[in-house]
Write a protein that binds this ligand. Structure first.
Ligand SMILES: Nc1ncnc2c1ncn2[C@@H]1O[C@H](COP(=O)(O)OP(=O)(O)O)[C@@H](O)[C@H]1O
Ligand SMILES: O=P(O)(O)OC[C@H]1O[C@](O)(COP(=O)(O)O)[C@@H](O)[C@@H]1O
Length: 308
């Protein structure tokens, strides 16, 4: 089973508008609500890939109950810690010029006893999982080294863990050497304290992180696909040109597909091909954390894998 950790769950709202003008009344043409927070996007995609999944984290209030219902509709099982604070909303405004403007609420604070309840149930969840993904931001009240503690527990139980976060949470988390991370160029720069301005420096930086004891370092490059650095070297996977509808959640789809590849014991090359196809297919639908099987199957053989 693949478990996805989402401490800062959200109701994701995608608003379609003609144009976005600051300071004006904007009429929304279409609104779509989905269970969000990066980890829940991962959970939905793992489910669509056909793997057994469990979503965990904190939920609260009416929005929290709504997220649980949205997950049930997608047949994604969940075991959340219920907290008094209302679960947040995140809004993504999609305009006709192709722009995407995101408003991410911080999330209501959680209490120390909520954090303890989460940790208490986590050991049992790890026993049932073979891969755990940890994604996104945390609400106030959660200690900034929590991801490090979770990674230490997961690795101590002999299971694999993917960490996809940023800033201080990533800095703290990498100290516990997760199996895989997915930093962007800014995050590599922050982790290593060196400038990263071009593809060569990205590869060099990712290589340094890999040598520090992180087995798999993935750097996604939008429409250029992704780079994967392991002890066997560097691979790039590039998708064919596709019709893009909404790229929000592409990174999460990639994380989900890597978790599936690890869980199924795919080679790193097979995993990269699959992850590029799944994440590119996610860009072809409006909903975050969603893809159509037929899109993914069409893209899969067209992903170009090259050793660098
Ligand atoms: N415009 C696009 N065309 C094709 N594939 C895309 C596009 N944007 C994203 N993807 C796919 O999704 C993956 C993750 O997207 P990216 O934008 O790099 O991540 P993030 O959402 O974390 O910023 C890419 O590696 C690629 O496989
Ligand atoms: O969980 P976080 O880090 O606060 O991010 C929240 C939001 O980011 C998103 O995952 C989109 O981010 P990406 O496009 O980078 O995948 C939203 O769906 C989500 O609600």
């Amino acid at each position: 089973m693949i478990t996805t950790v989402t401490l800062n769950v959200a109701v994701d709202k995608a608003y379609t508008v003609k144009e976005l003008n600051k300071g004006e009344v904007m009429r929304v043409l279409q609104c779509s609500n989905t269970a969000g927070g990066k980890g829940l996007n991962v959970a939905k995609v793992v489910k669509l890939c056909g793997e057994e999944v469990l979503a965990t984290g904190f939920v609260g209030g009416h929005n929290g109950a709504y997220v649980e219902d949205l997950l049930k509709e997608k047949m994604v099982p969940s075991r959340f810690v219920h907290v008094p604070g209302e679960t947040r909303s995140c809004i993504n405004v999609l305009a006709e010029d192709g722009s995407s403007t995101e408003f991410l609420e911080p999330g209501e604070p959680v209490r120390p006893e909520d954090v303890q309840n989460f940790l208490d149930q986590f050991d049992e969840i790890i026993r049932e999982s073979n891969v755990v993904t940890i994604s996104g931001s945390i609400p106030r009240g959660v200690p900034s080294d929590i991801y490090g503690s979770l990674i230490t527990k997961i690795k101590g139980a002999g299971k694999q863990v993917i960490l996809d976060t940023s800033g201080k949470l990533l800095e703290e988390g990498v100290k516990s050497r997760p199996t895989m991370i997915k930093p962007n160029d800014d995050e590599i720069e922050a982790l290593l304290g060196v400038p990263v301005t071009n593809r060569e420096e990205i590869i060099e930086g990712a290589g340094k992180l890999q040598k520090m004891g992180i087995e798999i370092v993935v750097v996604s490059l939008g429409s250029d696909g992704a780079l994967v650095v392991t002890e066997d070297g560097v691979l790039q996977g590039k998708p064919p040109k596709i019709e893009v509808v909404n790229t929000v959640g592409c990174g999460d789809s990639m994380t989900a597909a890597f978790a599936v590849g690890l869980s199924r014991g795919y080679s790193i090359e097979e995993t990269l091909r699959y992850a590029v196809a799944v994440s590119a297919a996610n860009a072809m639908t409006m909903q975050t954390g969603n893809f159509r099987q037929k899109d993914m199957e069409r893209i899969l053989p067209e992903v170009e894998i090259k050793r660098i």
